[in-house]
Design a binder for this molecule. Sequence first.
Ligand code: FMC
Length: 301
Amino acid sequence: MNDWNKKKPSGSRLLHDSIPFHSVRFSTSPTPIHPLARVHAMAPPPSDQPPAAGPAEISKVLIVIAMQTEAMPLVTKLKLVEAAAGESMFPKCAPWIRYHGNYKGLHIDLVWPGKDPALGVDSVGTVSAALVTYASIQTFKPDLIINAGTAGGFKAKGASIGDVFLASDVAFHDRRIPIPVFDMYGVGARKTLATPNILKELNLKVGKLSTGDSLDMSPQDEAAILRNDATIKDMEGAAVAYVADMFSTPAIFVKAVTDIVDGEKPTAEEFLQNLVAVTAALDQAVTKVVDFISGKCISDL
Ligand code: FMC
């Protein structure tokens, strides 16, 4: 379980990570000084240090979205602009797309993994989501990640078409490794950032999210989803959470229900039928979440 409100460790590894490579290898100083020594030399003595600052206001928000249809209304609403080819900050060979802008005092980067270069369809699923999340954390150093998207919902757990959920927990349902401990690694269950005030204020539903790389559901997936106690099912959430956790970046998951997994209609048909309308509900909810975040600290959420 995470406690995002705790201060991050300030161990030597983090300090060392923040020192540019060139300052270590190519220092022009006549007497080589170890970079750590230089950092310490510049710091005031402990007794002169100002009192520890309170929690910082959120300033950089990264929104990770899988599909163009989900992303574009939000891009318009938040008045974001697409980064020019040379300015996307991503490697040229990657199809990832970045939109950015300032909205109500927040710097927003919205990324989606773009179209598959060979097939021209949205690069949905865990691999693209993890890659673009990793690259974005490295580049933009967000204070908070919002993974927004559509999801299947289970009516047996109270989900209906158009509902917008905040996920309390995420886990995988298609990584089966029946060896002790590897089995738990495969499921990769983790809690998301607790946001009781967002829930209270915005009246969103709350439920567990299960992630896998298929839109449909095999009987084995279904059993795992039940074990995960999931109300909603998507193809990115747990992968984004894995990367966010690795870099101690708080993340929340806003998911709107396009299809009822335990209903009568075939999933793909229902998903495509509802995608545009449900995306409107998703984008409205994400905008409200962003409005709520403006001017707040992580611990206020
Ligand atoms: N199962 C899995 N994923 C989805 C879903 C369902 N019943 N409905 N909607 C989704 C989401 C996934 O996260 C993908 O990004 C996209 O919509 C479907 O390809």
